[in-house]
Design a binder for this molecule. Structure first.
Ligand code: TLP
Length: 356
């Protein structure tokens, strides 16, 4: 029986075409700038995001960390959303390795930050204060449920930040999902920011990698930070080749994942007691909450026994992510199992599954 893995789009595996390209990749030592396949991926990425240059990195986490290290000095303050990936899931690297103070502004439901709140958070010039140097945005927004922020918002946020002398970094791990959902080129979402990264190994299905993009001068400095972190990868064309195939073949199919997420969210909203808003599932991430009487751990275990893997968030909250390896019939099967497990726990009168 096929395992339906809804934990993340990071679990997607390379296609045959990617594996062939990896085998045939022309390579060189990328630390000398001599890997033609990496160079092509970096140039292609920069062109897609409308920037001057790109830098191939190991992961989204490394791209975000390099961005923080390049934009700031130790002791600078960085404004991030309260639900941002940088804050929650990057092991505090910006602080531990970059000496950055992460200052949070609450994320709005759509993943944006209230710009009045951002402005009030920027430190004035005062002997006692650390300088605020960077604002980080995220699009699509992971913890907000794959939500998208419009180019107009990003432009206003950048205007504000630049007026106060801050740089702006966009964590665009899933920026192509956002671009497809909004019907705009990814370059439009990235054009006002000072740096942007996207991931090849999520909904684009490549096995490894992320690309950080920005001005030529920024990327030159970022390249040195990557080397400092041990991220100089030598014959990295072997993995960059899969990234190039991902850009050629995976962006146009993202609407399929979005339709599957909508199908899943709609089905979940029809299970009595489950809280899910289909209108919020605009890309490939679905957030939902179980009724209070269904124990989250048992829910995960029961579904796993049936071949469905899910990511538990906090309390009753769950995340399900659609991707290339999930078909509409998988969504329907997962929904059927989820409904069965919720129904086994009855309507909340007891904590154990009711006997059949
Ligand atoms: N997110 C992963 C986990 O770390 C939670 C996932 O399964 O969604 N920015 C954003 C918005 C991300 O969602 C992720 C990955 C990253 C950065 C980091 O990318 P990697 O995992 O390549 O370091």
């Amino acid at each position: 029986m096929k395992v339906i893995d809804l934990r993340s789009d990071t679990i997607t595996q390379p296609t045959d075409e990617m594996r062939r390209a990896m085998y045939q990749a022309e390579v060189g030592d990328d630390v000398y700038g001599e890997d033609p396949t990496v160079n092509r991926l970096e140039q292609r990425s920069a062109a897609l995001l409308g920037t001057e240059a790109g830098l191939f990195t190991v992961s989204g986490t490394m791209s975000n960390l390099i961005a923080v290290l390049t934009h700031t000095r130790a002791g600078d303050e960085v404004i991030v959303g309260s639900e941002s990936h940088i804050l929650w899931y990057e092991v505090g690297g910006a602080s531990a390795l970059g000496g950055a103070l992460l200052r949070t502004v609450p994320n709005e439901e759509d993943g944006s930050l209230d710009l009045n709140h951002v402005e009030a958070t920027i430190r004035p010039d005062d002997l006692h204060y650390p300088p605020t140097a960077l604002l980080c945005l995220e699009n699509t927004h992971n913890r907000c449920g794959g939500t998208v922020i419009a180019p107009e918002y990003t432009a206003s946020a950048c205007d504000l930040a630049h007026r106060h002398g801050l740089a702006v970094h966009l964590d665009g791990a899933r920026i192509f999902n956002a671009a497809v959902a909004l019907g705009v080129p990814a370059a439009r979402l990235a054009s006002p920011v000072d740096s942007v990264c996207y991931c090849l190994s999520k909904s684009l299905s490549a096995p490894v990698g992320s690309v950080l993009c920005g001005s030529g001068e920024f990327i030159e400095r970022a390249r040195k930070k990557r080397k400092m972190l041990g991220g100089g990868m030598r014959q990295a064309g072997v993995i960059a080749a899969a990234g190039l195939v991902a850009l050629d073949t995976m962006i146009d199919r993202l609407p399929v994942d979005h339709a599957n997420a909508k199908r899943l969210a709609t089905g979940l909203s029809n299970i009595p007691g489950v809280a899910c808003s289909p209108e919020k599932a605009v890309t490939n991430i679905v957030m939902f909450a179980l009724p209070p009487h269904v124990p989250p751990g048992a829910f995960v275990d029961r579904l796993r026994e049936k071949g469905v893997k899910l990511a538990h968030r906090e309390g009753p909250r769950f995340r399900a992510v659609t991707h290339r390896m999930v078909e509409p019939e998988d969504v329907d099967r997962a929904l059927e199992y989820m409904r069965n497990v919720v129904e086994e726990y009855g309507s909340g009168s007891c904590l154990e599954p009711q006997a059949k």
